[in-house]
Design a protein around this ligand. Sequence first.
Ligand SMILES: C[S@@+](CC[C@H](N)C(=O)[O-])C[C@H]1O[C@@H](n2cnc3c(N)ncnc32)[C@H](O)[C@@H]1O
Length: 253
Amino acid sequence: MKSRSEGFAGRAGPRYWWFRTVGRHYVPPVFAALTDDEWSVLEAWFAATDAMRPDTGECNVPAISVLHGLVMGSGIGHVVQLGHYLGYSTLLLGFMMRRMSRRRGVFSIDIDAEATDFTRAWIARAHLEDYVQLMVCDSADPEAPRQAHRYFGAEPDLVFVDSSHQYRQTLSELDLWYGQLRPGGLLLLHDASAFATQFDPRGEGGVQRALSEWLKRAPVPAILLNEGARPGVAGDTLVYGDPCGLGIVQRPL
Ligand SMILES: C[S@@+](CC[C@H](N)C(=O)[O-])C[C@H]1O[C@@H](n2cnc3c(N)ncnc32)[C@H](O)[C@@H]1O
């Protein structure tokens, strides 16, 4: 019998690409760490979202595993997410917070009210309401950091940006959220590679251009994992296995 995500390798659809790649026929720790009840919620979530559309746009195993390692390895308890969509990363972050007994651990923003209703229903199904707060607004709304601060009673430790993929919006997000981090805090940006610039609907260079220009203005410690990954690159040929790339910025201590 296959355990947890091992059967995903046999599923069609772009969202399952990681599970089909050579050398990845194991259950990633971010799934292995779940209780049986949590896994059954996530499995049901995959089934429900598969039935809605073939590719639901959640972040993938390499990216969520970086978050998992950072959050659970350091007991990080105040995470802002920009872009929750249908709730994949939100459920997994909520499960991490519950494992660490960190109530009020995730404050997640999305501009899409319908997607937020869907995510809220799954947060309720997973009994994560004490750990996750959802807000419908623009990720660069200046009121949002105040709401996050009120929810945590503290500054964010980590901000995960996985929202519009637009160059200008990403610049606004960086300008607004970097300064909200507590010293030593981290800002992670999914889709920071050359490959992922195709996700900028305006064709203006996406997250990669925004982050590289912003870093010239604000020279702070940062790394862009797979910045140079281009269309056509296969994820299983990369050391960091996500062609979409990941930007990691740290507010200095
Ligand atoms: C890639 S999906 C997020 C996936 C999610 N992080 C996950 O891993 O499950 C991007 C989301 O960003 C949201 N978004 C796009 N532009 C936004 C904006 N200006 N403000 C807030 N959310 C935005 C979209 O509505 C969408 O739900």
